[in-house]
Design a protein around this ligand. Sequence first.
Ligand code: PLP
Length: 389
Amino acid sequence: MSQSVHNFGAGPSVLPASVLARAQHEFLNFADTGMSILEVSHRSAPFDRTIRQAEANARALLAIPDNYSILFLQGGATTQFAAVWYNLMAARVIRERFPPGASPIPVDYLVTGTWSKKAAQEAAHLGASVNIVFDAAKSAATHHTYTGIPPRSEWQFSGPDGRDAAYVYYCDNETVHGVEWDHVPTVHPDTILVCDMSSNIMSRPVDVSKFGIVYAGAQKNMGPAGVTFVVIRNDLLAHADPSTFTPFPIMLDYQVAQANNSLYNTPPTFAIYMCGLVYDWIQEQGGVAGMAEQSRAKCALLNTALARSRLYLCPVAEPYRSRMNVVINLTQPDLEETFLKGAQALGMLQLKGHRSVGGIRVSLYNALPLESVRTLVDYMTEFEAEHLG
Ligand code: PLP
């Protein structure tokens, strides 16, 4: 982000100014090759060092155990909606739990907003036997919309805590609706927990050992668009007998990606390089614990302003209000356009809510400085005083 603007966009979004400056500085001469990172072979020694270092740094930052692999893939998080299902249906450890020819293998989805819903729809589209454990938009407890997480008494897993499902899937932070889990849902130890962390990865410590798969599109907290970060427990990579599962495209096969160190085909070299720079920056900031600390300060500023306002209303209450994407509705919706125009004129950019829900959305990703939140809160306060008196 340039020093003169404040980027509140939901994604692709803000990158640390120092990371952009470093990338600019290195742009014409990557690792003393005399070539740009855009021009260097993915099979070259300098790029090999870059991807390995990025992987090692990501592993250290998230304390990813040794029995997990890290993959840098393409196709965005959306491609993982399909890849997760294909790969887990092919996984030997899962196939062993379900006798061949038995009834379709259920997969359990916890639906808290647009992205988990889309993931469930994609799995169903491919032929999965999808069980919706809950859809928050169908629960009275969440006002029949995506404003929180229904009480556990309403959840309907396949078997106790998902025991009879191949896997249980959820999205840790719903970028459009601004609903974030404040805990990792407990599931039966026999099932596999899968999580989309696209919009809050590396914003707080996470116990990776609770998951079979974690993935994230990079373009919010980790780097530019074009690379998707996947963490998978190694035992899930081994395939069952091919006669027992539907073949699927090689580009979606985690086993192939892992066996080739994410270099089965040409990877998004620039995006991986940029992620590496962001990982260095996060390390300098005190790691993901440091990011969580900074996030707390940013949220406290904004949430305090929201709590005392008569104009700005966040439909998502604590504890599920996202720390990354705060959705705000104006009690006088006719003021929305004026608000956004005024913000834009002052350099506060990309505040418009997602096209499907409208309103305002304030994204507070890792790289957004506290100063930007201060500037926004000052503007919100002045705007309210001016229009509500
Ligand atoms: N999951 C979440 C939580 C997202 O926020 C997004 C995009 O914003 C996606 C998935 C889809 O990501 P992509 O655009 O990389 O396919």
